[in-house]
Design a protein around this ligand. Sequence first.
Ligand SMILES: *[C@@H]1O[C@H](CO)[C@@H](O)[C@H](O)[C@H]1NC(C)=O
Length: 310
Amino acid sequence: MLNAFVIALTLASAVFAQPNPGKVTGDISVHDPTMCRDNAGTYFIFATGTGIPIHTSTDRIAWTQIGSVWPNGAPSDTNQFTGTTNGAIWAPDCTYLNGQFYLYYAASTFGSQNSGIFFATSTSGLPGTWTDHGLVTSTATGATYNAIDPNLLIDGSNWILSLGSFWTGIKEMTLSSSTGKPSSSSITSLAQRTANNGAIEASVIWKQGSFYYLFSSWDNCCQGLNSTYNIRVGRSSSAKGPFVDQSGVALTNGGGTLVLGTHGSIVGPGGQDLMSDVDGTIMVYHYYTATTSLLGINRLDFSSGWPVVV
Ligand SMILES: *[C@@H]1O[C@H](CO)[C@@H](O)[C@H](O)[C@H]1NC(C)=O
């Protein structure tokens, strides 16, 4: 009886333990980070900010901000969405494959559906080496969704873009692998909630083993210690869904299993991205301990079939 109780308690704490961010040092003030590692083993983080700030590291611990993707100003096509010249770019998403960085990024203003997703490439990833390929997709006031928070999944020969924030939630479109632009006008709905004004964004589709996992950030970003962001997940046997959470609730019906939320002094973790590294699947995100958002990096253990932060 006692043993069963102890085992139950141990299991419960194992399920609900929320580890702190792994150790990072240096220039770790970031928002909506995305991480890639090049062939030489250098880690790159791209994040929300003017010109898209770039941080690099050789060990995934010590980070240095080395400049930005657009040191001479964001492409002028973004001005119509940011409402200014060289306005802050949001939530980039990098993928590194065969010696090439692919970067999707968004231009918008807070609370607006006048939003555009853009695409750029570079072989070195360094400041000022990027070629912009222009607008990928956009939305305008009155659309059913919002074209921000892009995430690319390269799944064999298929390029899949997920995107979305608030309104009717997270969407998916298929891209051409040769242009990086939509290959059809078809849009699939992946996740939606009605709670808290439908606050769901920052999607990531991740393939691990025989499942596709859809991560998102729920609730409120960007408010320092008032932030209520938290990271949720569901899974599917198809990249097109349907995704369900660990209780079997459809993500299109408000489902989403908690991966990481506020715990102790770590407030509002979210804006996440995943990367496959030599030691496993890595999740990067931001969180607050004060007014500035900081870089979180943890490994995800998928051995139970569901991601557990370790
Ligand atoms: C947090 O909420 C309080 C109370 O509404 C407000 O005074 C404060 O400005 C907020 N802080 C931030 C960073 O939004």
